[in-house]
Design a protein around this ligand. Sequence first.
Ligand code: CA
Length: 240
Amino acid sequence: MRQQPSVLIVEDEPAIAELIAVNLRHNGFRPTWAMDSASAQRELDAVLPNVILLDWMLPGESGFSLIKRWRADPRTKAVPIIMLTARSDEMDRVAGLDAGADDYIAKPFSTKELLARIRAVLRRRAPEQIGGVVSVSDLSLDSATYRVSFRQQMLKLGPTEFKLLHYLMTHAERVHSRSQLLDKVWGDHVFIEERTVDVHVKRLREALGADAGQMIETVRGAGYRLTAQSARPVLSQLSA
Ligand code: CA
């Protein structure tokens, strides 16, 4: 039998933590709850969860400082972290993503959305990569031959779009801020504006076409994400 994925909920409000825990349990996860940074650290020292849901505003040490610490520690470095933030805190969100959070979800959130995000970060832990070929849903990229295809059809991409797509595909299902993308795709070029990222994302979507282009989501106030969930199903083409 497959083991149920464990989720560590770091949240100081008991009502919210309880609501999340109940829903996770009903959907086949094993939640544990830590109400502050010290007990969260104790939980992590004892056993590594499959995913951490981390509230931003905690008494004592903040969620932000916890992310930085956990990302710096080789033991906790790779554990997926989803931040729970207030809807208005755009700066916090970007700071959290830059510090190494995998995704964020704004309060108040629907349980369905939360579950979808958790499943998405769990899925991306095992990107399908054989040789130089990366595949996400029906989209494939071969870094040895520089070929990109969607549902067996070859697509033409410029070199920057190719690099951008390669990065997004090998880090699928997580949100990347513009500055992260600049850093990872363009390297340390101080003179490139963040708007450049938007321009290339637009070109990339155009090159991918309507169906595959939808896989690149704009996450408002945060950045971009490539997700398998957004690919338009084949059926919709037939019924159109
Ligand atoms: Ca809180």
